[in-house]
Design a protein around this ligand. Structure first.
Ligand SMILES: Nc1ncnc2c1ncn2[C@@H]1O[C@H](COP(=O)(O)OP(=O)(O)OP(=O)(O)O)[C@@H](O)[C@H]1O
Ligand SMILES: [Mg+2]
Length: 382
């Protein structure tokens, strides 16, 4: 990349001083022309961008706003000739549009289109005077090349930096997530094996006592045994929910359905799980949603006095949205999550899980109005 940059700089520095001085007045005239006709030229450029199917990740309004801003900065860069202004702008532009999924060829494409639109306009203005046209184009073209190169190089560098940063963050997250999941699995196993075995021993001891007791008392112990069996099966189920093996084997939706069924059996809450992720999404995202819904359902069971809960998953382009709504008593969100709020770990954990993946979590609730938790997670920049 630096090699291209050096070339671009050389274009300007190889122009002899006398030519540059003469070029100054040509430049002033050129810039005045581009300023005077900016509305028409910007529109023409925007139209060409849309026709060439560039910046497709943005809607027309966003394209128009970018076009206006890039055009003005382009003319400013032509006028001042300062590389730093241009580079700072290219950097800022890259930071804004890279997360939108804009690709390198699109950036190069739009800058080349602008160069073309402006060159045509200069041609139309000076075509009756070939000598002058020659001078204008000789002044314009090296500068336009330099701008195109600077913007493209900045974009590529910035994109590489963002992708590198994203990979590093993902790696840290992956390790953190693995550690957390390992811990959950360890607890799930302990619950399943150790608590399960202890319960089985209690079960046997009770059966022995029942054997030695007269009929009415033995009947009552029968009920205890029945309850013990129930506890055993709930424990097994809880351990499965905690370990969530279905998440790996079947994906998010079946795992959520299994979870909802278990919570329903334990609490009586009517839980509907609907929507779709539109195919598998990255495991980190699936785990974050599963664990967050698990906590949200826990909260509903513990705090909401609700009868119904709805879990809805939607895929919209690069975003997966998950909404958990209950019809319970609701709560004052600011009072709970504010600085002096009573601090539980659940909502905080949901926020953190979602934020580290570049997503947003929002909780809407008011006393007597139920609660709605919305999570939106990106499923990766391509
Ligand atoms: N669905 C809900 N309906 C009503 N109140 C809720 C709901 N979800 C959360 N809350 C309120 O928000 C508080 C904070 O929830 P959070 O999950 O952060 O903590 P917690 O459930 O109290 O404790 P922890 O999750 O750490 O075991 C709860 O104590 C409760 O008052
Ligand atoms: Mg909680």
């Amino acid at each position: 990349m630096p090699a291209i940059q050096t070339d671009a700089r050389q274009v300007a520095s190889t122009v002899p001083a006398a030519t540059r001085r003469r070029g100054n007045s040509v430049f002033r005239e050129l810039v005045a022309h581009l300023r005077e006709h900016r509305t028409r030229l910007r529109m023409e450029w925007a139209q060409r961008i849309i026709e060439a199917r560039l910046l497709t990740a943005m809607n027309r309004k966003e394209v128009a706003a970018e076009v206006a801003s890039i055009y003005d900065n382009y003319v400013k860069a032509l006028q001042t000739g300062t590389f730093e202004v241009l580079q700072a702008y290219a950097q800022d532009l890259s930071e804004r549009i890279i997360p939108r999924g804009v690709q390198t060829h699109e950036v190069v494409g739009i800058v080349l289109l602008l160069r073309d639109v402006l060159a045509r306009s200069l041609f139309a203005k000076y075509q009756a005077d070939p000598a002058r046209l020659d001078r204008v184009l000789n002044a314009y073209e090296p500068a336009a090349n330099r701008i195109a190169t600077t913007v493209a190089v900045s974009f590529v560098e910035e994109r590489e930096r963002i992708i590198r940063h994203q990979r590093e963050t993902e790696e840290v997250l992956r390790r953190l997530n693995e550690a957390l999941e390992e811990e959950a699995k360890r607890i799930a196993l302990a619950l399943h094996d150790e608590a399960g075995q202890m319960l089985a021993a209690v079960h046997l001891a009770v059966a022995e006592i029942a054997h030695d007791l007269p009929a009415p008392a033995a009947d009552r112990l029968d009920k205890v045994q029945h309850l013990l069996k129930e506890v055993e099966s709930q424990l097994r189920r809880l351990s499965h929910e905690l370990r969530a093996p279905m998440l790996d084997t079947h994906g998010l939706m079946p795992a959520l359905e299994f979870l909802a069924k278990g919570v329903h059996q334990r609490t009586g809450l009517r839980i509907s799980v609907g929507g779709s992720t539109g195919g598998r999404v990255p495991p980190l995202v699936e785990t974050a949603i599963y664990r967050s819904v698990q906590e949200a359902l826990n909260n509903v069971a513990r705090h909401a006095q609700a009868t119904k809960v709805k879990v809805d998953i939607r895929r919209n382009g690069n975003t997966v949205r998950c909404v958990v709504t209950d019809d319970g008593v609701g709560f004052d969100v600011d009072a709970v999550t504010g600085r002096n709020g009573r601090r539980g770990l659940g909502l905080l954990g949901i926020r953190e899980r979602v934020h580290v993946l570049g997503g947003q979590a929002e909780i809407l609730s008011a006393p007597g109005r139920g609660t709605k938790l919305t999570m939106a997670l990106p499923v990766g920049i391509s």
